[in-house]
Design a binder for this molecule. Sequence first.
Ligand code: UT7
Length: 339
Amino acid sequence: MVAQPFRSAGVLLRGCGSATPSRSISNADLGQRVETSDSWIRSRTGIAARRVLGPSESLIDLCAASASSALTMAGWEPDSLDLILLATSTPDDLFGSAPRLQSRLGAHRAVAFDLTAACSGFLFALITAAQYLRSGAMRRILVVGADQLSRWVDWDDRRSCVLFGDAAGALVMEASPDDRDDLNGFLMRSDGSRGDVLKLPQIDERAPLVGDASHPQGGFQPIQMNGQEVYKFAVREVPGILDELLQQADLGAEQLDWLLLHQANQRILDAVAERFAVPSTKVLSNLANYGNTSAATIPLMLDEAVRDGRIQAGHRIASSGFGAGLSWGAALLRWSGPA
Ligand code: UT7
């Protein structure tokens, strides 16, 4: 008899976790390095502090800690995972860091690879994971969003250095055994023609190879950002894509329990909430403590709100990620939690 491939209509979000470096750098601390002030940073961004990896910490340490918490919450053994997707733009190894995470966790059965989409990375990875689950190709997946932007920020550029921090967040998902579904719609967009407004490009240098041949040198320049253009992009595209998603799902914003946006700037969060008349009590925000941790912001915030009891089983969450690429996306999620 030929075994029937497992097919699933839906996906279930079962567990989450997060990890941040122990070292916190306050706005006042940054004022010792660049000409800025706590009041300027708070009023323009809502950020009060950010975490920065210390000498004995690595991105993979954060990934492993966040993933272990998510697995423990779900009550799953690492060996039960089929896939590990690591959303990061700042891996320890450009060939990919996900396999290191796989081995650290002892998730021997899982295939593991990185996915790069900057601040949209976690949402894009979650949506990608859902396709493997829906197709029946896989049953259990770990998605991690993690970045160490402190490695690539120009700490003498006050226009950008005040924004970023390091963190990791994790989510474990499984194929639904029945008609329940925690991903009730999604949209994803890219526009490379506007990519120059936020980039982390290779250094533009060459070195002699042999004869008159040369080779490009490896290495990256610090993050380059046109803050005003990124701000305009976010306050235009994020409401636009959320509006489209809600219409597609035939839902009103008042039916949402939570708005879980990429934590880039409190003013962006407020502008999106205002556009949909979502009260501030339903807008999840923790960027005061962590700043913009790129691919980690959404799972870091999700984990905090699940663990402190704000997000409850059955809650409906609209999420949107946006950033470099340019890339942006949105998903309508439901939180199931552990079985
Ligand atoms: O995942 C996406 C990541 N990127 C973002 O989310 C960035 C989105 N953009 C923003 O959040 C805002 O554009 C910023 C917070 C980066 C900047 O705020 P802004 O209101 O757009 O400020 P600005 O760039 O228009 O600068 C206003 C003034 C300038 O001084 P002058 O030229 O008016 O004298 C800046 O030099 O503020 C100055 N300034 C600062 N002053 C004190 C810029 N950065 C700082 C600073 N401290 N850190």
